[in-house]
Design a protein around this ligand. Structure first.
Ligand SMILES: NC(=O)C1=CN([C@@H]2O[C@H](COP(=O)(O)OP(=O)(O)OC[C@H]3O[C@@H](n4cnc5c(N)ncnc54)[C@H](OP(=O)(O)O)[C@@H]3O)[C@@H](O)[C@H]2O)[C@@H](O)CC1
Ligand SMILES: [K+]
Length: 466
């Protein structure tokens, strides 16, 4: 499990540790880890540190201090290091002195010839969009030169991943003590590049955000045993498709058949299309452990959604099923409920604009789970899963190719199948998104939703081999 902590949590752990250590010790740990990561990068790109031209963008706080001390370490190994302060009057004094003593120097303009740029403008102390002095330096980063962000890319909100205005786009982010949520959630995540964690000895309580990894998923997947028959493995019911959208039913069934349930039942007007493709499907009403309702339903079917929500099986509500949901009816349920909106559907459920959901995905998913009293999977460039007050799960396996017609239908079928297998709403959502992303990565390039469904069994097996 990869875990991420809010700024408040990191600051508290930092205070507690600092009280037990000599002054400056934590910054030295951070700088040592940062310099080692930069040296590793320079070794790979140009064979070594000696003679490398390294530019430091230095902000007024400790983030700048980290960059300066790391720069001093690189200068002692023969790099030509130039630091460009954002505000020459407010630059970490100890760090500047260390850099000068190691042979580095300070400049006012960003040199355009460089082998590596360190972004030490702002770390966890950054607030709101970059001020003009910081934005001007970011604009002057020479194109094509690798950028290492110190703790997090400047301009990215550490707690939420929000980006207001200009921000650094890094190749590598060297982060200290703990991952920050903004490094795992878009738009911040796509600014961070490869994230490298330096352990500085912080002791941390439970996380605010977490990301499953192969072993976690393998541990949650329902596996049949010698004694399980198809009914014990769970039956998932799919209420999807319409005369206008029969394909959604076929794709939801395609996902459901690969989610480990013992049987898939289909209820709706697209039975012929479903059977033609998947003769193993049961047709018509009957007992299930979990329902998936919504993909391709079209208009005027809210009654079917309400009826399933009034029952005692687990329910996953997706797409058209999400229209006009009754929060009170959802809150009254005792069986697991999972909502799987994309940003537009989430915006409608919250009564806000789509843009505000896209910009603040973490807040949006937390508000949805609170308002509707259900687990919520918010689809998008980084899919998030929230349930009650538990840590929000970020899916690490997505690919931009998944933004394709029908891919959400496969996801809802797959995830419903996991619900039928006995997973909680949050676990089914996180595991479903993980396998779906992994399957899409296996397919690669421009993909069809159908191919994602077909790659699911291999993705399932992949999680057993970390
Ligand atoms: N936590 C740990 O365990 C450890 C943390 N360490 C390091 O400390 C870093 C945190 O340092 P920090 O607290 O000094 O804050 P930092 O990020 O340098 O920025 C604050 C400065 O930026 C300014 N400023 C704010 N917003 C701005 C904006 N939008 N645009 C422009 N300016 C803006 C703000 O100005 P002010 O608001 O005061 O006018 C203030 O001067 C952390 O990320 C990590 O690198 C490690 O050394 C050791 C272990
Ligand atoms: K930074």
């Amino acid at each position: 499990m990869r875990t991420a902590y809010s700024v408040e949590t990191v600051r508290a752990a930092e205070r507690e540790l600092m009280a037990r250590l000599p002054e400056g010790a934590l910054m030295q740990r951070a700088a040592a880890g940062l310099a080692a990561a930069c040296a590793g990068r320079l070794r790979r790109t140009r064979g070594g540190v000696y003679g490398a031209r390294v530019v430091l963008l230095v902000g007024p706080g400790d983030n700048g201090g980290d960059a300066l001390y790391a720069g001093a370490r690189l200068a002692r190994r023969g790099a030509a290091v130039t630091a460009v302060p954002m505000d020459p009057e407010r630059t970490h004094p100890g760090g500047s002195a260390a850099l000068r003593a190691a042979g580095g120097h300070l400049a006012r303009a960003v040199p355009q010839r460089a082998d590596l740029v360190l972004d030490g403008l702002l770390g966890i102390g950054g607030r709101g969009g970059l001020r003009p002095a910081a934005a001007a330096l970011v604009e002057r980063i020479p194109p094509g030169v690798p950028v290492v962000a110190v703790d997090l890319p400047s301009g990215v909100d550490a707690d939420t991943g929000e980006v207001a205005g200009p921000a650094v786009t890094a190749d590598v982010t060297v982060t200290f003590g703990a991952y920050k949520p903004g490094l795992l959630i878009d738009p911040g995540a796509s600014r961070a590049g490869a994230v490298h964690l330096v352990d500085i000895g912080l002791e941390l309580p439970s996380p605010q955000v977490e990301a499953l990894q192969h072993a976690d998923v393998a541990g949650l997947l329902p596996e049949p045993t010698a004694t399980s028959d198809k009914y014990r493995r769970g039956v998932v019911g799919i209420v999807a498709g319409s005369a206008q959208y029969p394909g959604a039913a076929v794709l939801a069934v395609a996902g459901a058949l690969r989610g480990g349930a013992g049987a898939v039942r289909y209820v709706g007007p697209a039975a012929e299309a479903v059977l033609a493709r998947y003769p193993e499907t049961l047709i018509g009403p009957g007992r299930v452990q979990a329902w998936v309702v919504g993909p391709g339903l079209g208009e005027g079917r809210a009654g079917e959604v309400a009826e399933l929500l009034a029952g005692d099986a687990a329910v996953l509500v997706d797409a058209d099923g999400l229209r006009g949901l009754d929060a009170a009816a959802l809150r009254a349920r005792s069986a697991p409920t999972l909502l799987t909106p994309h940003a537009g559907e989430a915006a409608a459920l919250l009564g806000v604009s789509r843009e505000s959901v896209e910009a603040g995905r973490l807040d949006a998913v937390r508000m949805l789970t609170q308002r509707y009293g259900a687990a919520v999977l918010l689809k998008g460039s980084t899919t998030l899963v929230a349930s009650g007050g538990a840590a929000v799960r970020v899916n690490p396996t997505g690919t931009p190719w998944l933004a394709t017609a029908g891919s959400g239908d496969v996801l809802s079928g797959l995830t419903g199948s996991l619900l039928a297998g006995g997973l909680s709403g949050a676990d089914a959502g996180a595991v479903g998104a993980y396998l779906h992303g992994l399957a899409a990565r296996r397919v690669g390039g421009p993909l069809l939703a159908q191919q994602v469904a077909e790659a699911l069994p291999d993705a399932w097996q992949d999680t057993r081999h970390p």
